[in-house]
Design a protein around this ligand. Structure first.
Ligand SMILES: CC1(C)S[C@@H]2[C@H](NC(=O)CCCC[C@H](NC(=O)C[NH3+])C(=O)[O-])C(=O)N2[C@H]1C(=O)[O-]
Length: 325
């Protein structure tokens, strides 16, 4: 399903079902797991703490979490730009998609356990040298938020983003496995063709936490990315920092800033937001730089290239007015 909000109003599209057993149709008012779109929520909270003088972007993480990381050169900015070199433990964790998921779906990890999983693998780059995406970076961001606020991550999200923006369908309930209220069930594709889909809706998402455990809705994601781009959550200086990007691949159309992706579309429009992949759900949540146009799109499946490609194909029609392929 997809929801587009712009000066001309709101348009939404749905297809298929939100529950394969009941056959209930996809519903644009339903909630779902947003995966790494959570990283942008976490970044907003951390940058608010930077604004409040509680930490500095170019200071060593170990200054705030003494002894956590084996390299004092790793800074807060390195975490937010995926340039820390911390390995992404999910590559090994989910190498075998369904067994990997089943092994962790009800597990509750401590932050330290996840950091230790990352540190058990070689670093992927010298700090600051190259972009190497890693969930571990945002596990540490979650640790920083809890250390500097003295409160659970959920409180920071609620007080600093969900409540001020009235995101009534957005929540962070880790380690509760349920998606409360009207929601979409998610279906994980196994690696082997012909194997049955796995209903992956209920899980703790403890393997991700600040890197991927937020639950939201299409309208709330439109509101969030639009409000962010309109400067309702961060100062102009902090927005400048967040939207200062570097390329993430050779296409020169995909970029990453601070916990934020920028995609440059064929019509010259640049959109900012994040993508998300969590078992059973693919999500795109993007806005134009002025926040006037926003798209949120979700498929209730994952580990399925066709669905992911289809989601990626929503940006051009939404923001460039091109007919879907
Ligand atoms: C960079 C990404 C794509 S991966 C990263 C994070 N999601 C994960 O790390 C989960 C990976 C396993 C998901 C699982 N896949 C497998 O198990 C494959 N063996 C599936 O498809 O459900 C997220 O979300 N990010 C996406 C992002 O930022 O868009």
């Amino acid at each position: 399903m997809a929801r587009f909000s712009g000066p001309e109003g709101v348009e939404s599209r749905t297809a298929g079902v939100r529950d394969r057993v009941s056959g209930s149709p996809m519903d644009v008012n339903a909630r779902f797991r947003v995966g790494s779109v959570s990283k942008t929520f976490s970044t907003v909270v951390l940058l608010q703490l930077v604004q409040e003088g509680k930490l500095e972007l170019d200071t060593s993480v170990n200054q705030y979490l003494p002894g956590l990381l084996p390299d004092d050169r790793i800074t807060v900015r390195h975490l937010l730009t995926h340039r820390s070199g911390l390995a992404d433990y999910t590559n090994a964790m989910f190498a075998d998609t369904v067994p990997g998921f089943e092994a962790v779906r009800n597990r509750v990890f401590s932050h330290q356990e996840l950091v230790d999983l990352s540190l058990s693998e070689p670093r992927t780059t010298e700090p600051g040298v190259a972009y190497k995406y890693s969930n571990a970076n945002f596990v540490v961001v979650g640790m920083l938020i809890e250390k500097l606020t003295g409160r659970p991550l959920a409180d920071a999200y609620e007080r600093r983003i969900f409540k001020p923006l009235k995101l009534r369908k957005t929540s962070y309930v880790h380690p509760d496995t349920r998606i409360k209220g009207l929601h979409v069930r998610g279906y994980l594709h196994p690696d082997a063709a012909g194997e049955p889909l796995v209903d992956s809706t209920e899980q703790t998402v403890s393997w991700a936490q600040a890197a991927g455990a937020v639950i939201s809705s299409p309208a709330d994601l439109n509101t969030f990315t639009s409000a962010l781009m309109r400067g309702r959550l961060l100062s102009p200086a902090m927005m400048e920092a967040m939207t200062t990007v570097t390329p993430t691949d050779a296409t020169n159309t995909r970029f990453y800033g601070l916990g934020l992706r920028r995609y440059d579309l064929s019509c010259g429009v640049q959109v900012y937001g994040h993508t998300g992949t969590v078992q059973g759900f693919y999500t795109y949540a993007f806005s134009t730089r002025d926040g006037r146009r926003s798209l949120s799109a979700v498929a209730n499946t994952s580990n399925h290239g066709i669905a992911n490609t289809a989601l990626g194909g929503t940006l051009e029609p939404a923001f460039c007015g091109k007919k879907p392929v």
